[in-house]
Design a protein around this ligand. Sequence first.
Ligand code: SF4
Length: 101
Amino acid sequence: MSATPDCKHPAGTFVPVIARGKCEGKEDCVEVCPYDVFTVGRISDEDFAALGFFEKLKSRVHGRKTAYTPNAAACQACGKCVTACPEKAITLRRLPTLGPT
Ligand code: SF4
């Protein structure tokens, strides 16, 4: 992707977290992320089983599609996915920093 990222933090500082029950697999995150963090595919059986009753119904309606973050380590916390997600399903979580050894 050729977008100019508005990076706020170096990679490895934040990761995107997807609220599985909200995500409808619409792929806006895939399109906006400058670092190819996301893929959209079929929800895993384990993740599907963890959904609530109505979340399962919603997931079926949307073809059991959901977003995953196989390249989360590349996230630079630009926030584009958070803004783009129509379901408000993405938040950024700061990773714990390693203390002095
Ligand atoms: S905040 Fe979202 S869009 Fe920006 S780099 Fe991280 S995963 Fe990609």
